[in-house]
Design a protein around this ligand. Structure first.
Ligand code: ATP
Ligand code: MG
Length: 555
């Protein structure tokens, strides 16, 4: 949301062009009012997030208003769990809808009255044809449809029947209310679309109040209009619905909201369709909607992605009318860029091997000064304990190193970050010949910050003192799919699930991480960005890999 319009330094996207034209023409007094209309039948995902950023961003940019509206007209597939999660996720994205949280179900009485108005004006009728007959009579794109035998029922009769529908006097499937438009329209959606159907379902907001529920194509434009939405932004698949959207508002003579379509966002190496995400959850491919491998907002948050990074990503990919696949690597880049600024640097050893500093006094602990974030002087310092026994990464040692290997090897020196230069004197092996321990000596006068040793080393390793180390479970994630477009293949998407998308390792981390809190960002130096997981307890620390330090996918 950083595009500048007034300075002319950034070009306007096509929606901004429409809005600026409207403002110039003083349409609706130059007012801009947008909304995000999720259906509470699943958790919101990255695609929704970009749409939220777009709608909210436009409201902010043009000093307008933004509504959060639950489009809750399908009681069977919706649930209050989803209402709550969506509310939480939209808020977390940094969106403030103030007191404008609405529900399409708030408008059920009004929608009913408007439907009666259409009936009175001869623009709607109750149809007792079966679903099969209605489908048959619809015609084909090249052939006109056939008018229903109920099409010319008198308005008074229709009003009475519609009231009976509302009162639950007919069984589900007996009849529908249809708009009387044009059975020969080249746009099939205008061939007397259904406005209301009978559903004897419990609704999460209105309980058992209603026996009839409005169709999306009717509820949506009317909800927009009632809220005074000026620019109703939705995805391309609704383009053909726009004439119907306009028809309802025109026939009812209510506020003329304008629908504008843009291309749905897809992202490589993942899927963003609620139906498929639901399958991943229900069939156990992931551990719930907020599994850190999921492209849901809840999953991304748990993974340690920041809302700033997601907003930056949404801004960078922009809006288009042509369908496209955005590179998830760009999102990871945005995450890295933000975390580099805010993450506390700490030391953790993911695959440990023990080091004994043979000339360091037993039982002694020194607390060494360590800066929390070189990118941010205000982040201050902390102390890390140093002692005779430590852990370093197994792959930071090589017994027979190639030339230009700057990490630890026999008779060679390296610096331990924030601490001393050490030298590897002896390699201890087990009976199988595996290296189990390294015996080293340290140079007392080589302490970081006051090094007078004169020894120059090329490598600096991270480490953790054994005596005070905390054990922690670390969950390393890889992409959930091995295919760039898993949802666009002939095979089922589950064929492409990456079997190594989650790897759990037992690690040693510095003791300061005992104090880690949810939502705090860490850089395990030389390893990646990590965050505490909600499964963590003081006795059993759990961290998630947020993102690697570098894009390992390019190499
Ligand atoms: P799904 O395909 O995941 O079921 P949906 O469109 O059915 O998505 P809604 O809750 O109806 O889910 O979507 C709310 C809004 O989010 C709509 O305006 C829709 O156009 C928009 N939206 C959904 N998916 C995407 C996407 N991938 N990219 C951009 N906008 C999206
Ligand atoms: Mg939808």
């Amino acid at each position: 949301m950083t595009h500048e319009n007034t300075s002319g330094t950034h070009s306007l996207n096509f929606i901004e062009q429409i809005i600026e034209e409207d403002i110039k023409n003083d349409k609706h007094g130059g007012r801009v009012h947008t909304r995000f209309p999720p259906e509470p039948n699943g958790y919101i995902h990255l695609g929704h997030a970009t749409s939220i950023c777009l709608n909210y961003g436009l409201a902010v940019k043009y000093k307008g208003l933004f509504n959060l509206r639950f489009d809750d007209t399908n009681p069977e597939s919706e649930d209050i769990e989803f209402v709550d999660s969506i509310r939480q996720d939209v808020h977390w994205l940094g969106v403030d809808w103030e007191n404008r949280e609405f529900y399409a179900s708030d408008y059920f009485p009004q929608l009913y009255d408007f439907a009666c108005q259409l009936i009175r004006n001869g623009k709607a009728y109750v149809d007792f044809s079966s679903a099969e007959t209605i489908a048959e009579e619809k015609g084909t794109p090249t052939e006109a449809g056939k008018e229903s035998q109920y099409r010319n029922t008198k308005p008074e009769e229709n009003l009475r029947l519609f009231e009976q529908m509302k009162n639950g006097e007919f069984e589900q499937g007996t009849c529908t209310l249809r708009a009387k438009i044009d059975m020969a329209s080249p746009n099939m959606l205008l061939r007397d679309p259904i406005i209301y159907r009978i559903k004897k379902a419990h609704h999460h907001q209105t309980g058992a109040d209603w026996n009839i529920y409005p169709m999306y194509d009717y509820a949506h434009p009317v909800s927009d209009s009632l809220e005074g939405i000026t620019h109703s932004i939705c995805t391309m698949e609704f383009e053909a619905h726009r004439p119907l959207y306009d028809w309802y508002l025109r026939e009812l003579g209510i506020f003329p909201s304008r629908q504008i379509e843009f291309a749905r966002r897809n992202f490589n190496y993942t899927i963003v369709s609620k139906r498929n995400l639901k399958r991943l959850v229900n069939e156990g491919y992931v551990n719930g909607w907020d599994d850190p491998r999921m492209p849901t907002v809840a999953g991304l948050r748990r993974r340690g992605y920041t809302s700033q990074a997601i907003r930056e990503f949404a801004d960078r990919i922009g809006v288009a009318r042509r369908e496209n696949v955005a590179d998830i690597g760009l999102l990871e880049f945005c995450v890295r860029e933000h975390l580099n600024k805010i993450a506390t640097r700490v030391m953790a050893v993911l695959d440990p091997i023990k080091v004994v500093i043979t000339n360091y006094p037993e039982g002694k602990t020194e607390w060494l000064d360590a800066e929390n974030n070189p990118e941010n002087p205000e982040a201050g310092n902390r102390s890390v304990p140093f002692s005779r026994e430590l852990y370093i990464e197994r792959d930071d040692f090589m017994e027979n190193p190639p030339k230009k290997y700057f990490r630890l090897s026999p008779q060679k020196e390296v610096r331990l970050k924030h601490a001393y230069i050490i030298r590897c004197d002896e390699v201890v092996k087990n009976e199988a010949g595996e290296v189990v321990e390294l015996h080293c000596s340290y140079y007392e006068n080589s302490k970081s910050g006051s090094d007078t040793s004169g020894i120059s080393v090329k490598g600096t390793l991270h480490w953790v003192s054994a005596a005070t180390a905390r054990t922690a479970e670390v969950r390393l994630y890889d992409r959930l799919f091995t295919q760039p477009e898993p949802g666009a293949q002939e095979e089922d998407m589950t064929t492409f699930i990456n079997p190594n998308s989650l790897q759990i390792v037992q690690t040693f981390v510095e003791p300061s991480l005992q104090e880690a809190t949810l939502g705090q960002a860490f850089q395990f130096i030389r390893k990646g960005y990590f965050c505490l997981d909600k499964d963590s307890t003081p006795d059993n620390l759990v961290f998630n890999l947020t993102v690697n330090l570098k894009d390992s996918w390019k190499g």
